[in-house]
Design a protein around this ligand. Structure first.
Ligand SMILES: C[S@@+](CC[C@H](N)C(=O)[O-])C[C@H]1O[C@@H](n2cnc3c(N)ncnc32)[C@H](O)[C@@H]1O
Ligand code: SF4
Ligand code: SF4
Length: 300
């Protein structure tokens, strides 16, 4: 991370904490909900299957920038399927950097070739070893690992959503992250139980055991891009929600925190680690702040 970006974020954090401000810093643009997969835990694929056109995406990026967002994510659907004529997600990342976003990340299922050196992080969903991953995401593990091997930069971070199917595969994903070239780290989420996937929800006891594994793997030096001090809050769903510093924009509609903000009661069972980590950070939790500083400087 550049020193200028670091100072910008430090100043933003201080102002937010001291004056209890609710200004946003992290924004996500949904490029499309079209997807080539139909993962068992996912409720947001192929609802409209519309590819939002470049002028609209660019306007949404400008809107977020004007609102103060400096950390930008592109998400979907599948981001690597996004096209407008010759333009791909790589052109969007380059444009976002040109606009002045300080960190630009892309979330992908990894099934397409990966040539995106301009992104700060490519969050690539890997939901277990071959057996568990394929049980959730279809027969894609080998294709994905081939694409990771042939990637053109070392900016990949695995992204694992832990649920009833793959709860025993956390250690495997940590080991794969540690041993695979081009992969910097792994970042976790617990399953967030949308109404059509409640069967995959983890109990508090199960989350506690998984948090123990993650914590132990951190102690053993596994490259985990999460904050240990946030784990107890995630286990008990005792972190504040929603995250006012995060915005999502999809087809012109801006939501605070996530697209899921409209699902009644879901925030009380939220499994997204970024929500716990960001809300605790911006509440002024000093343990979280120190750990966030260390972790971000290491992996971004
Ligand atoms: C919706 S996908 C979109 C990007 C891309 N298609 C992918 O799979 O990475 C973004 C991330 O959300 C995760 N996800 C989907 N449904 C979830 C849920 N109910 N709870 C937690 N994470 C979920 C996916 O596993 C993926 O890592
Ligand atoms: S690849 Fe991503 S968007 Fe597509 S179904 Fe799976 S989680 Fe959902
Ligand atoms: S806190 Fe609520 S809106 Fe935010 S990600 Fe979780 S469920 Fe979605």
């Amino acid at each position: 991370m550049k020193v200028s970006s670091f100072l910008y974020f430090a100043n933003f954090w201080l102002k937010t904490v001291l004056f209890k401000k609710k200004d946003p810093i992290l924004g996500t643009v949904i490029l499309t909900d079209r997807c080539n997969l139909k993962c068992k835990h996912c409720s947001v694929n192929n609802i409209t299957a519309i590819m939002h056109p470049y002028p609209q995406i660019k306007k949404e990026m400008q809107t977020l920038y004007k609102m103060g967002v400096r950390i930008l994510f592109f998400c979907g659907g599948e981001t690597f399927l996004w096209r407008d004529g010759e333009l791909t997600v790589r052109d969007l990342v380059i444009e976002a950097k040109r606009m002045g976003f300080m960190i630009v990340n892309v979330v992908t299922n990894g099934t397409q070739p990966i040539d995106l050196p301009e992104a700060d992080l490519i969050l690539l969903s890997l939901d277990g070893d071959r057996e568990h991953h394929n049980a959730i995401r279809g027969d894609t593990f080998d294709t994905i690992m081939g694409n990771v091997k042939n990637a053109t930069a070392d900016n990949i971070c695995f992204y694992m959503a832990i649920n009833q199917i793959n709860k025993d595969a956390v250690r495997d994903v940590c080991m794969i992250a540690k041993e695979t070239e081009h992969v910097r780290a792994v970042s976790f989420n617990f399953h967030t139980p949308y109404p059509d996937t409640r069967n995959l929800l983890l109990s508090t006891e199960e989350k506690k055991a998984i948090a123990g594994t993650i914590s132990q793997m951190m102690d053993e030096g596994a490259p985990i891009f999460n904050l240990k001090s946030a784990l107890p809050y995630l286990v008990n769903n005792s972190f504040p929600t929603p995250c006012h510093q995060c915005l999502v924009i999809e087809n012109g509609k801006i939501s605070v925190c996530g697209r899921c903000i409209d699902v009644p009661g879901l925030c009380d069972e939220c499994g997204y680690f970024f929500v716990a980590e960001y809300t605790l950070l911006f509440k002024g939790n000093l343990k979280i702040a120190t750990e966030a500083l260390r972790t971000y400087l290491k992996y971004v």
